[in-house]
Design a protein around this ligand. Structure first.
Ligand code: GLU
Length: 252
């Protein structure tokens, strides 16, 4: 897959539905703008890839579907409806800051097929070289893995590995992982050793998702990619983490 090295480091940012909606029922233009402004500020130093969910949430803002089929099929249909709305919101917001975006829909299956992997690598590489920010979501029409579990956490790790990114940032709604005193664990080397805190965090914060984030981080760690768990609800969450002005968990 040799295609000429990129001139800048790559950050892969994963934003889930909870971050993008700020915990409400609507996609937050403000949060999209916050992300775009941070990318604008950092774009001379880094290339960015965003793995972004929120298609189902976007659809629910516009339509209520009649119930046919099971719950997962229903979600797939909503994702198909919501994806173009989600991209429209992202594209409009990024364009105002002179940033170009592209849409790439992927599934786990694509990472098991050499040809698909190569095609994906080449496409993303050309986008990055042209200063375009790829916005990736699961292709929910053909795959249901991330709708069932994970909200794109694993997809982001697989993409990070494929693109050999320098840093994987998983936005979440806490300041990383907390210990039993509710203090952020700043650095994790042994992922197994912090799994005991997940359940606690789940009940204390009323949020899920830490389990799949740790699984994603473990995949990345196996390939020497560092993962940061940062609080995506905070303004400038990436800038603050990069300047060490905000608490977050580094998994390396
Ligand atoms: N791909 C789905 C979306 O964009 C994932 C949502 C989820 O798992 O909550 O809506």
């Amino acid at each position: 897959m040799a295609m000429g090295k990129l001139d800048k480091k790559i950050i892969l940012l994963k934003v889930g539905t909870a971050t993008l909606t700020r915990g409400t029922n609507n996609i937050s233009r403000g949060k999209i703008e916050d992300i775009a402004r941070q990318i604008l500020e950092l774009k001379d130093q880094y290339h960015f890839i965003i793995v972004c969910s929120g298609a189902i949430a976007a659809a629910k803002q516009f339509i209520q579907l009649e119930k046919f089929g099971d719950e997962i099929n229903q979600k797939q249909a909503l994702a198909a409806i919501g994806q173009p709305h989600l991209m429209r919101l992202i594209q409009e917001t990024f364009r105002e800051l002179n940033l170009h975006v592209a849409q790439c829909l992927l599934s786990y299956h694509d990472f098991n097929n050499e040809q698909s992997k190569e095609n994906t690598f080449n496409t993303l590489n050309i986008l990055l070289k042209n200063g375009v920010v790829p916005i990736i979501n699961e292709n929910d029409t053909v795959a249901t893995d991330e709708i069932k579990f994970g909200d794109n956490d694993k997809l982001s790790a697989l993409t990070a590995i494929l693109m050999e990114v320098d840093l994987l940032i998983l936005a979440t709604n806490t300041y990383g992982m907390y210990d039993e005193q509710k203090k952020t664990i700043q650095e994790v080397k042994n992922i197994e050793s912090v799994k005991k805190y997940i359940q606690q965090q789940h009940s204390a914060q009323g949020t899920g998702g830490m389990h799949s984030k740790l699984e994603a981080a473990a995949l990345a760690q196996n390939r020497q990619i560092e993962t940061w768990l940062v609080n995506g609800h905070e303004e400038n969450f990436m800038l603050k983490a990069l300047k060490n002005e905000s608490a977050f968990t580094k998994i390396n």
